[in-house]
Design a binder for this molecule. Structure first.
Ligand SMILES: Cc1ncc(COP(=O)(O)O)c(C=O)c1O
Length: 383
């Protein structure tokens, strides 16, 4: 079969490969939220109301607007306001998850062969977008300083868990204006801070210099980590002229995001969002602490890691250059998995790193899981 160039460039996710399951597998490979946090009765109540009574169902099941229904865009404006970005509905495009926003933003501003500047390691889903579009990923210190795009996860990076400091944030905004490029701020974990102080986001800094209409930053938000990924609700925030252009691109792709699910999200955000994010922070803070404790007691000097202040991940550098792919094979035999670092790098980088996700598995298993990982590591050393 002769596939198109774009289809030939598309690569499978390096994360999925690590997700082979067996019943007793203790999994650190996922970036999924904990399903026990899904607010099912509340969502059910909103859905019931949407699908019953006085013509409501017809409106919910009909086409609506390409940019997203206005009540949802207004709720997103409120969330953005709390994150320091003043904007109106004309600055918001609702997408099918932030992944679609990422694809559309990159597609809108970069042509095949152009460069995207991103600090490695890079979120696998972003790497896949860049590869599919034929863009080459260059490091911030690369000699070629003319990227079409800059990409950054400033808060609780996937996979490193790290946050960018204020000076680096400001420098990125300076750089994107100097380069005449577009900066994509990918922020699905921004509300999941477990300790420390929030720093202004990249769009907040950019829009704060003049106005959102002169910003060169596009902010990507998502309900996937705080409400439910199955809703596929994400959003892009930026200058109204760019949002209008992206809305045309979205129309070509899928006309609009589902009306019913947008109404459901708008209803939930109105009254329940703050409570849901507070509950999520509390659960994930405990999980992070449980995984850090298990690493300290069971993994010890076999690797190094930093304590993330939020998000879902701990990034471990294995001591002595141990090959993470070989470790994964051995670990899976012992019933534990993770994502090898090479999924987040180009040209075989991060072969000695692993990403451990703590959001999805039962923390009661963390100690046993890390003990299995330590055993697998020691088996490799012995031989
Ligand atoms: C950094 C980052 N960006 C984007 C996404 C995509 O999320 P969504 O479910 O909103 O498409 C993820 C999901 O794991 C992510 O970690």
């Amino acid at each position: 079969m002769q596939y198109s160039q774009i289809a030939r460039r598309t690569r499978p996710s390096g994360i999925r490969a690590a997700q082979t399951e067996r019943p007793d597998m203790i999994s650190f490979s996922k970036g999924h939220p904990d399903p026990s946090l899904f607010q099912v009765p509340r969502l059910q109540g909103i859905l019931d109301a949407l699908l019953s009574g006085n013509g409501a169902a017809e409106a919910s099941l009909q086409y609506s607007t390409g940019a997203g229904i206005e009540p949802l865009r207004r709720e997103i404006c409120r969330i953005m306001q709390e994150r320091g970005v003043g904007c109106g509905p004309e600055n918001i495009l609702i997408t099918n998850g932030s992944q679609q926003g990422l694809f559309m933003s990159a597609m809108a501003f970069a042509d095949p062969g152009q460069h995207v500047m991103a600090r490695q390691p890079v979120y696998t889903g972003a790497l896949q977008v860049f590869q599919t579009l034929g863009l080459s990923v260059v490091e911030p210190d690369a000699a070629d300083a003319s990227p079409a795009l800059l990409y950054e996860i400033p808060n609780f990076h996937n996979p490193t868990g790290a946050c960018l400091d204020l000076a680096a944030r400001t420098a990125l905004v300076d750089q994107v204006h100097r380069a005449g490029a577009i900066l994509i701020e990918d922020d699905p974990y921004g509300l999941l801070r477990y300790e420390g102080e929030d720093l202004p986001g990249l769009l907040a800094i950019d829009a704060g210099r003049d106005s959102i209409e002169t910003a060169r930053t596009l902010y990507l938000g998502s309900l996937s980590k705080t409400v439910a990924p199955g809703l596929r609700i994400g959003w892009v925030v930026g200058p109204a002229a760019i949002i209008s252009h992206l809305t045309d691109l979205k129309y070509v792709q899928d006309i609009q995001s589902g009306t019913l699910v947008q109404q459901l999200a708008a209803g939930f955000l109105k009254d329940d969002f703050n409570g849901a994010t507070e509950a999520a922070r509390s659960v994930y803070r405990d999980r992070r602490d449980a995984l850090l404790a298990a690493l300290d007691t069971r993994f010890g000097a076999r690797g190094g890691w930093i304590r993330p202040e939020g998000g879902f991940f701990i990034w471990v550098e294995l001591d002595g250059g141990i090959d993470a792919a070989a470790l994964l094979r051995r670990a899976m035999e012992k019933g534990v998995n993770f994502v090898p670092g090479s999924a987040f790098g180009t040209g075989g980088r991060f072969a000695s790193h692993i990403r451990l996700g703590f959001s999805h598995s039962d923390p009661a298993d963390f100690d046993r899981g890390i003990a299995r990982l330590a055993e697998a590591h020691d088996d490799l050393i012995v031989g």
